[in-house]
Write a protein that binds this ligand. Structure first.
Ligand code: ZN
Length: 464
């Protein structure tokens, strides 16, 4: 009875918030459902015939979860999934309640798989409630320090969560990230590693933003034969305990990137697949690789995996293209130094003049502390940027950072978001490409403005 009331309340709240267009948030439906029935997540998750999987990590969870859902659907299964950004317990509760029938069951329950994107700090609680058959870890970077404390704290939470998993649960780990790979030591069940083998994308040295350059076993400094980005690469602990990057069973054997997309060749136990993706940046190659690794661990065939990747459309706002006033506009979320460095490297790789608008906000969802911008290599834009518009409620912090990168003669501060976007569009030649790089809350604002101008639906209508 209580469960039915919880489901009904969540459905009503979700319908109401959509009707009122108060936003794509699922906080209220999930909070209501959990308040009425505190066991809603474990009880409902138990009814998913194919079980649940958790996707977590600092960067790439939304895109990876979306890629994986495409593969799951291509394999003929039904999906229950939380929406982008609603990755706390209440987001999972809302997703389960919305997908359920009013009697508490799921239509086609036998063929339903839960694919949940989970916030880093929520992993222990989500794992206890969902009893997942698989947990996929993408990477661990410094992100929103004021929310979580240090990366070591998150790593410790994850080790405890993995230690308590069921013996039958598989963990899927990024071999190229030392602190993710180290989770294998505490897993009671099967482990599958994925990684990039194509070293043509790598470089010899660590950048400023490298976080986890210390051995997960003994704490001494790691050596890298190749660095892909941040602290991801082919690593080893040469002096002390001699652990090294484990060999991976799902690997990217070829990664080709340009400003429009990525071409990947991935070798996996069942064969090899080639995947063209409408996403740029090595970080997206990792997202695709992670999704393929999880799909492979779940036993999906290469045919379904290739079809699923092919059906992919860019996760909202992470990397979306639209056409506004005759300019191509691409919105790319930036939330930490490693991610933004990779974005800058990708957009400047073509060598041509690039037009860029940076939006820096400091709301809770962005991280209140904006000092991370000092770890970003904005020098990459020197000689490459044609126009550089700076906005957001911390625009002047960004302007100061750009001054130290020698970009002050180029950058123009425009605090008002709409005025900043207009300026950036005007500075971009017709048929040209504008890169809009916002933090999270700025992305919501920018996306709404651009959508209005490009006459596209609001994101919560497009997102599903
Ligand atoms: Zn060591």
């Amino acid at each position: 009875m209580r469960r039915i009331a919880a489901i009904a309340a969540a459905k009503a709240a979700a319908a109401l918030s959509q009707r009122l267009k108060v936003g794509g948030g699922t906080a209220l439906p999930g909070l209501l459902a959990e308040r009425i029935d505190p066991d809603i997540v474990p009880e409902m998750a138990r009814r998913l015939g194919q079980g649940s999987i958790i996707v977590t990590g600092t960067n790439g969870k939304t895109t990876t979860a979306r890629l994986l859902r495409g593969i799951v659907r291509a394999a003929g299964l039904g999906v229950v999934a939380n929406r982008a950004g609603s990755n706390l317990m209440r987001g999972i509760a809302a997703a389960l309640a919305e997908a359920a029938r009013l009697d508490g069951g799921f239509a086609g329950a036998k063929r339903r798989l839960g694919v949940f994107e989970v916030d880093e700090a929520t992993v222990p609680e989500a794992a206890r409630a969902l009893k997942p058959r698989l947990v996929l870890f993408t990477n661990l970077f410094r992100d929103q320090l004021d929310r979580y404390g240090e990366v070591e704290h998150v790593a410790a939470l994850w080790r405890d969560a993995v230690r308590q998993l069921d013996r039958s649960a598989t963990v899927v780990l990024n071999a190229d990230d030392p602190s993710i790979a180290g989770l294998a030591q505490v897993s009671p069940g099967p482990v599958l590693f994925y990684g990039v083998e194509d070293t043509s994308r790598g470089s010899g040295g660590l950048e400023h933003a490298a976080d986890a350059r210390w051995c997960p076993s003994c704490g001494s400094e790691l050596a890298y034969s190749t660095v892909f980005y941040g602290h991801l690469g082919h690593w080893s602990c040469p002096t002390h305990c001699r652990v090294a990057r484990p060999s991976a069973s799902v690997v990217a054997t070829r990664v080709e990137l340009d400003a429009e997309g990525t071409s990947l060749a991935i070798a996996l136990p069942g064969g090899e697949i080639s995947a063209p993706l409408p996403l740029t940046g090595l970080y997206n190659a990792y997202n695709a690789l992670a999704a393929v690794a999880a799909a492979s661990a779940l036993g999906f065939g290469t045919g379904a995996i290739a079809r699923g990747l092919g059906s992919f459309t860019a996760a909202f706002g992470r990397q979306e293209r639209m056409n506004v006033g005759g300019r191509r506009v691409q919105v790319i979320l930036a939330k930490n130094p490693a991610g933004l460095n990779e974005v800058l490297r990708t957009i400047t790789a073509g060598g041509a003049d690039v037009d860029v608008a940076l939006f820096l906000n400091d709301d809770i969802a962005d991280g209140r502390d904006v000092s991370w911008i000092w770890d970003v290599d904005f020098d990459l834009l020197a000689g490459k940027a044609r126009s550089l518009t700076v906005s957001g409620n911390r625009a002047w912090d960004m302007a100061l950072r750009l001054k130290y990168a020698g970009l002050d003669s180029l950058s123009q501060v425009e605090e008002d978001a709409a005025a900043a976007l207009r300026r950036a569009l005007r500075a971009t030649p017709e048929d040209g490409q504008l890169y809009v790089i916002p933090t999270y809350t700025a992305m919501l604002q920018v996306r709404e403005l651009l959508a209005r101008w490009a006459r596209r639906p609001a994101f919560w209508e497009a997102e599903k």
